[in-house]
Design a binder for this molecule. Sequence first.
Ligand code: ZN
Ligand code: ZN
Ligand code: ZN
Ligand code: ZN
Length: 298
Amino acid sequence: MDKSNLLSVDDDSTLVGGPKELSHLLSEAPHRRKSTILSDADMYKIMECPVCTKSMYPPIQQCPSGHALCSNCKMKVNNKCPVCKKEIGNIRCLVLEKFAVSLLLPCSNHTLGCQEMLPYYGKEKHESQCIFRPYSCPSPGSECSVMGDLPTLLAHLRVSHRVDIQTGSSFSHCYVKQDPCSVADVSWTLSLFNCFNQYFCLHFEAFSLGTEPVYMAFLRFIGEESEARKYGYCLEVGGNGRKLTWHGIPRSIRTHHRSVRDSHDGLIIQRSLALYFSKGDGKELKLRVSGKIWKEDS
Ligand SMILES: [Zn+2]
Ligand SMILES: [Zn+2]
Ligand SMILES: [Zn+2]
Ligand SMILES: [Zn+2]
């Protein structure tokens, strides 16, 4: 983890035409030393674009004085160097591009447990799929931007969204809506279950499918997709001697609840049927959704 990158420097040599960031860092090194140890953070800083502050990728551009930036950002600053204001021509900074090849950096999720050391050019791809990357809050409520590891997320759901966590693999939930004719896109409920040492969330949402208002229930697994596939679940809703059932595989919370909804991967109940199940006079929606989660053996 504490790997440092070693860069040899000759006392008498000067960097001519090289990237400023590099020469600046090197000039800070104590004199009369043959080598300088730069930390991973220093290395990463060298590769940071001064405009967008993200890592630079080829083709990296530089101004006549050697300040580097990404080629997209060059357009953003109208070809004027953001540091020295000189006109940026079309000088490619091959030194930095090659320098980056030699870098081995820790995954940005290392504080969350990822032990991987990654080549610079493979870092972004790994991080976009890293299983340690933080999860987004699974609550369907709009605008919740909370992200974190699983313990953080569970605590957040309990405290901020006041979601109760039930223990056990069987459940039965009653959804009541006084005015089912005003089905809004945003109406939803979330319940949390703890079984098999894992956490699952049951979604119940009302939305319009074409012109028809529908209700949908589905289960998501609080963890990775590969783990989610090890479980199965069923849902059941009925009334007046009729019954609808659904057998499915929970989806990981890595998949947005809207994607699950849009792919119809769950129990869908048409409103007319939902009202029929409710047994009332059509003025109130009263659905009892029961279900069970199990672990597939393999
Ligand atoms: Zn940039
Ligand atoms: Zn410049
Ligand atoms: Zn990682
Ligand atoms: Zn949230």
